[in-house]
Design a protein around this ligand. Sequence first.
Ligand SMILES: Cc1cc2nc3c(=O)[nH]c(=O)nc-3n(C[C@H](O)[C@H](O)[C@H](O)COP(=O)(O)OP(=O)(O)OC[C@H]3O[C@@H](n4cnc5c(N)ncnc54)[C@H](O)[C@@H]3O)c2cc1C
Length: 538
Amino acid sequence: MRLLVVGAGTAGWLTAASIKRNCPHIDVTLLHDPSIKSIGVGETLVWSMPRYFHDILGLKSRREWMKRSNATFKIGMSFQNMGTLGAVVDSAYAPDLSSKWLYSSQDPKTIFDYQYGHESAEGSLLEIWINLHNGGKYGDLLQSPFPGLADGHYFGEYKTSIIDKEGNWLLSSELNGYSYNYDASEVGNVIGELVGRPFGVKEVHGNVQSVVTEGDNIKELLLSDGRTITSDIYVDCTGFKKQLIKHLPFKWHSCDEYVNNSALVKPIFYDGSDNRARLPSNRSAMYGQKNGWSFEVPLAHRTGNGYVFNSRITPDVNQIADEYNEFLGPENKEGDLRLLQWDPGYYKQIMVGNCMTFGLAWGFIDPYSANNLAHTIQMLQLMIQSGDMDRLSKNPNFISDFRNKYNHRGFQLWDNVEHRLESVFRMTNREDTEYWKIMKDVGERNNTREWVNEYVRERDRMTKFGNKSMLHTYILVAQRMGIKLDNAPITISEETEKRFIDYFMKKKTENEIKARNSMPLKDFYKFFYSDEFPNQHI
Ligand SMILES: Cc1cc2nc3c(=O)[nH]c(=O)nc-3n(C[C@H](O)[C@H](O)[C@H](O)COP(=O)(O)OP(=O)(O)OC[C@H]3O[C@@H](n4cnc5c(N)ncnc54)[C@H](O)[C@@H]3O)c2cc1C
């Protein structure tokens, strides 16, 4: 089977390299126009990335690809003024599933699973957490719903690295509990260089001008220099240009007019003679602003920054630019703000005829949950590990089942994100500016807070809402906004409560000691990327 990926941004290279490395008999070509740069933003990644880079891309040595991408370890996120003016919430990153330890010696029915959460008679880990947290008895100890999250918390708090001077890894898991920040304009090339090309992805330069279709299928692509190119399967990774799929009957789902659709972005380089020695934090930060929100992503050589807003609510870009420049401060005046605009929404299908789509072309809503890349890796991982990609390459008749399965799953992912984003912006307590008043009004009209609370309270939510994994995201969102959700109505035995609290206490003590003794971030990346770093396997 011939598979042609169009586009060499992060999504294009990820797709081509992942498929070729894991299904070597597929003939993979990557076509792109080097004169059209990748978008160059999108630098803070989801928690599933370390496992994907390790297992699917086979990038076992982190230092090698991270150094070339000026990447850093992301230990958590910091949220300021996001839902409540004055609220500052530091949240460490993804769960370390060793939280199962908590009940491992018990009846298997009581083993908690943070996503599926209904195994235990008393309630899921999250439900127990929300009850104890809302009860207020344990104060800061229960800041995070996952004991494993405490792994990263203190490394963020003390601005220290998760690897010590001897090169020892300090978190309890090597592939969970953290993620990466990377330079978005570099990482696609790095994946191409380290995985794509060595495993045999063929690269062709050219600009797709038009698409010849036959029914729902692509027959051939016409390039601007007159060449034509054909394939069995096509993958559109051309970003907001959607160069292939716009010619096919993909169905677009538009988000409503209250969803943000613009950003002013700018990289800010650290000054000083060694620019790898200035890292401000190992948490990416999100700040609620007057007319939207802004992000700061700490890389090894600079931060990636942007102010996200809705031009239908605030049409004057200069107003946003002035506000943002004031926020960034006079010391960060250098460099222009770049305006990015998009139509917030997503395609309801991932595949029509013989054409798939990944990355920004597939959809994009708000950078707060910029999940198109997370969805892309989730879909690729499933296609590869289930053997479906292999099956498709050997049996062309399988294409219809393949399309149905992935269209269904892809739609579910987007539907979840749209709901999560609604909860992020519309459960707000803020009323201090026109933008937040509008968000709050829309939320009240849509009963956003009520349905999120109902979802969290509802023991039978899997049947009622048809989704298993949303509970923890709503709880996290509310926590980051400084909002208390209703308790799930459960009774917790004294023994469970004691085990739970003992475990949190144990994690807190262990991690605080490790973090206090670890290397300060301001020195770490200089050392990590130097030849002196002792552990070459990390
Ligand atoms: C403001 C903002 C913030 C974001 N923040 C995050 C974040 O924090 N985390 C995250 O995971 N994601 C984030 N994202 C999303 C992230 O940027 C993208 O998912 C990621 O960069 C992948 O982009 P892409 O490869 O789909 O598209 P692009 O990077 O735009 O690449 C498009 C490719 O298509 C090629 N191309 C285009 N037209 C043609 C043509 N006619 N012929 C041939 N080739 C063509 C170009 O040469 C290029 O190689 C953010 C996005 C925005 C807008």
